[in-house]
Design a protein around this ligand. Structure first.
Ligand SMILES: Cc1cc2nc3c(=O)[nH]c(=O)nc-3n(C[C@H](O)[C@H](O)[C@H](O)COP(=O)(O)O)c2cc1C
Length: 447
């Protein structure tokens, strides 16, 4: 049987482009209301997608003068969507840098319990000074330190998810308890030992425990992905980039004693769909025009860590100011992607801004439903992706087009489910229930 495709939909405000909210017929503020998420989730469930996905950064980083951008807390939104759906997976992003393990463990265990085993936690380390400032930091902790903390953070969360014993004490030193808030200079925290006690005592979920998703494809990010990630949300502009990442992270996972199939790799895919190729291209052109230039420039300067003055629209990137990606402070993945695009295609700043469409740098495929379906199956059949985290160009219209016209093609070709065979997120993704979560006779199962 040909490999089945896994598909999530990332509900990103009014769509992935910086000007999606301005697209004709789009309600720019829909994403500030619950119906936006419930309607898309129900549409995704009716189309038998694996999950909906909510990205998140605990700060309003977008320039609100140019783009309505909400920062609704993902676990709250997902709880409401859980009540309005029955089978679709529910993946939310919470930062390992700006949260505590107990709180994250509790949120996703609760969501898992109440949703019947459909929750997934996307662990990110969160780049950007704005988020740091929201949590009392002077500046963002360094990149490597964020990942050191993330590795231990996930370990503690998983222990809490299985903390059936009263003294789920982990780590050997008290973490930063707020004994003396004045003394907590959190800018110097690097991978503290978390000291948590007390079980979560949430009854076992039908999927054992929430799925751990990871997003961040830098060198540090790959190590974390291979160690703990069950689903990896990545970004790749070319088949070669996708292939290199896919093989590397699966090999690293095997190196940690895991199986390659324990890791589902889902690159982001932005789709721009038209009934003809010409119509799709016209839609793509309009989306490019709708991106406020100031917004795109601000976003690119933040992504590259250079001032806007250094970005001359009709000139090349300021190569003399750009460091090696592994030295970048923010998201090294998207730093690499932007630089790689400009280098490979010899783009001016203006041309790069158009290629990115005001987004971070996910691959954009523009075409007819058949062309989109071909592009999806091409990477899956070449073994460089297990499916995709979809980011429709405009929400909800772009996702409606995908569900109404692309999914049926994948189903007719026998590559995508026509019915759910399971009711849990793990089940949809083909992930095993972790052995340590399978109740044993000695487990004290909460009634
Ligand atoms: C595909 C993808 C999606 C991401 N989504 C988020 C997100 O929703 N929130 C966030 O804070 N960081 C997100 N990040 C960035 C990283 O997880 C994180 O911010 C980190 O600091 C940078 O990771 P990197 O250097 O490994 O790219 C994403 C990164 C990638 C590659």
């Amino acid at each position: 049987m040909s490999r089945q495709v896994h598909l999530n939909v990332n509900i990103l405000n009014a769509g992935v482009f910086g000007g999606s909210w301005r697209f004709p017929g789009t309600d720019p503020l829909a994403s500030f209301g619950l119906d936006h998420y419930i309607d898309i989730a129900r549409k995704a469930e009716a189309a038998r997608l694996d999950a909906i996905f909510l990205a998140d950064g605990p700060a309003i980083r977008e320039d609100l003068r140019y783009r309505p951008f909400n920062s609704l807390e993902p676990s709250v939104v997902l709880a409401a969507v859980a009540a309005a759906t029955e089978t679709i997976g529910l993946i939310g992003t919470l930062s390992s840098t700006y949260n505590d393990p107990y709180d994250v463990a509790r949120r996703f265990a609760t969501l898992d319990q109440l949703s019947g085993g459909r929750s997934g936690w996307n662990v990110v380390t969160t780049a950007g000074r704005e988020s740091a400032r929201n949590f009392g930091f002077d500046d963002e902790p360094d990149h490597a330190g964020r990942y050191t903390r993330a590795a231990e953070f996930v370990e503690v969360v998983r222990k809490l998810w299985n903390s059936w014993e009263p003294d789920a004490l982990v780590g050997d030193k008290p973490a930063w308890r707020f004994a003396d808030p004045d003394k907590i200079h959190r800018t110097d925290h690097h991978g503290p030992h978390f000291d948590v006690a007390g079980p979560l005592n949430v009854p076992r979920s039908p999927q054992g425990e929430p799925v751990v998703v990871q997003a961040g494809a830098s060198t540090n990010g790959r190590a974390l992905a291979a160690r703990v990630g069950e689903v990896i949300f990545t970004a790749a502009q070319t088949e070669q980039e996708a292939a290199e990442y896919y093989r590397d992270v699966k090999a690293r996972a095997v190196g940690y004693g895991r199986r390659a199939e324990d890791v589902v790799v889902l690159p982001g895919l932005s789709t721009v769909i038209g009934s003809t190729e010409a119509e799709a291209l016209r839609r793509r052109d309009l989306l490019a025009e709708l991106v406020p230039p100031e917004y795109a420039l601000t976003r690119l300067s933040g992504q590259l860590g250079v001032s806007e003055d250094a970005l001359v629209l009709d000139g090349p990137l300021p190569w003399h100011l750009l460091t090696d990606a592994d030295e970048a402070g923010g998201s090294q993945t998207f730093y690499k992607i932007a630089v790689g695009l400009a280098q490979r295609e010899n783009l001016t700043v203006r041309q790069l801004l158009r290629r990115l469409g005001g987004g971070a740098g996910h691959r954009i495929v523009t075409g007819t439903p058949e062309q989109i379906a071909d592009a999806i199956l091409d990477w899956v059949d070449k073994g460089v992706a297990d499916g995709f985290n979809l980011m429709p160009d405009v929400l909800p219209s772009g996702f409606d087009d995908f569900v109404d016209h692309v999914v049926p093609i994948l189903q007719r070709r026998g590559r995508f489910r026509t019915e759910y065979e399971t009711t849990t997120l793990r089940g949809h993704l083909g992930l095993k229930i972790p052995a340590h979560t399978v109740p044993t006779s000695t487990d004290r199962v909460v009634a």
